[in-house]
Design a protein around this ligand. Structure first.
Ligand SMILES: [Zn+2]
Length: 237
C-alpha cells in the first residue's frame, strides 16, 4: 500500500471548508501526482441543512472528485473548537501519522468563528508535533511541518499569493456541487447564505483573484512568513 505520508494536509472546521477555499489547488496538486489529505475537525453536526451521515457521504464524494488520498474527520464538536489540550493532541497525532510538508488552514478573518478557531488549534498542533517530548497516545515520532498557509472561506482579502486554477475550476465546482445538502435549495431547505448563490459567489471571487494575476481563475492565500522564490519562479528578472 506504500507509505501513508502526505505532501499536503488541509484542515477545515467543517466538511466543505477546504473545497470552498482551495478545491482547485487540491485538484491541481493531485493532478501533478502530489499526495493530498483533507481533515475536517468536526462533522458539522450543527449545520442547518443535511445531517452528519449525509455530509460524510458528500465529503467522500468531493474528495474523490479532487483525487485526495485521505479524507478524515476528528469528530470534534461543531461550535466547540476552543483551545483545549486534548483537541490539540488529537491533531498532533494526525500530523505525526501523515507527516505533511505543507499544512493549510482557514484564514481567521471570516464571519464564522469556527474557521479561525480551527486555524488556531492546528497552528498549536503544528508546533507541538515537532516537539520531541510532546507525548501523544498514537504516533510519537516528532514531525516538523515546513509551511502553514491560510485559505479563505467566506472572506475576500488581498491574497499574499495565488494559485492559477484555471484548468481546475471545473473540478472545484464539481466538488462543491457534491455538497447538495449545503448548496442546493429545496422546499425543505433552511434559509442560509449557502443555499442562495454561494457557489456562484465563490466562482466570482476566484475570477477576481485570477484577474489580479492575469489568469482566468485563481485561489488566494495568506502566509505569515514571506515566500522564498526559487530561481525558476523568477521569470524574466
Ligand atoms: Zn465551515
Amino acid at each position: 500500500m506504500g507509505s501513508s505520508f502526505l505532501d499536503v494536509l488541509a484542515f477545515g472546521a467543517h466538511p466543505d471548508d477546504v473545497e470552498i477555499g482551495m478545491g482547485g489547488t487540491i485538484a491541481k496538486l493531485t493532478a501533478a501526482g502530489k499526495r493530498v489529505g483533507i481533515y475536517d475537525l468536526t462533522d458539522a453536526d450543527l449545520s442547518s441543512n443535511g445531517n452528519v451521515e449525509l455530509r460524510r457521504k458528500e465529503a467522500q464524494n468531493a474528495a474523490e472528485i479532487l483525487g485526495v488520498s485521505v479524507r478524515g474527520s476528528l469528530g470534534l464538536p461543531d461550535r466547540g473548537l476552543f483551545l483545549q489540550p486534548d483537541y490539540i493532541t488529537k491533531i498532533v497525532e494526525i500530523i505525526r501519522i501523515y507527516k505533511p510538508e505543507i499544512v493549510f488552514v482557514p484564514y481567521h478573518e471570516d464571519r464564522h468563528p469556527d474557521h479561525g478557531n480551527c486555524a488556531h488549534l492546528v497552528e498549536e498542533a503544528v508546533f507541538s508535533a515537532g516537539v520531541k517530548k510532546f507525548t501523544t497516545a498514537g504516533c510519537q515520532e516528532p514531525h516538523r511541518v515546513k509551511r502553514v498557509y491560510f485559505y479563505m472561506i467566506n472572506g475576500f482579502h488581498q491574497p499574499d499569493f495565488t494559485v492559477d486554477i484555471s484548468l481546475f475550476m471545473d473540478s472545484k465546482l464539481s466538488a462543491l456541487r457534491a455538497y447538495k445538502s449545503q448548496f442546493v435549495k429545496t422546499n425543505s431547505s433552511f434559509e442560509t447564505p449557502l443555499v442562495n448563490g454561494y457557489i456562484e459567489n465563490v466562482e466570482a471571487r476566484e475570477r477576481m483573484f485570477g484577474q489580479l494575476v492575469n489568469v482566468s481563475y485563481a485561489e488566494g492565500f495568506k502566509t505569515k512568513v514571506p515566500l522564498l522564490l526559487e530561481q525558476d519562479l523568477l521569470g524574466e528578472i
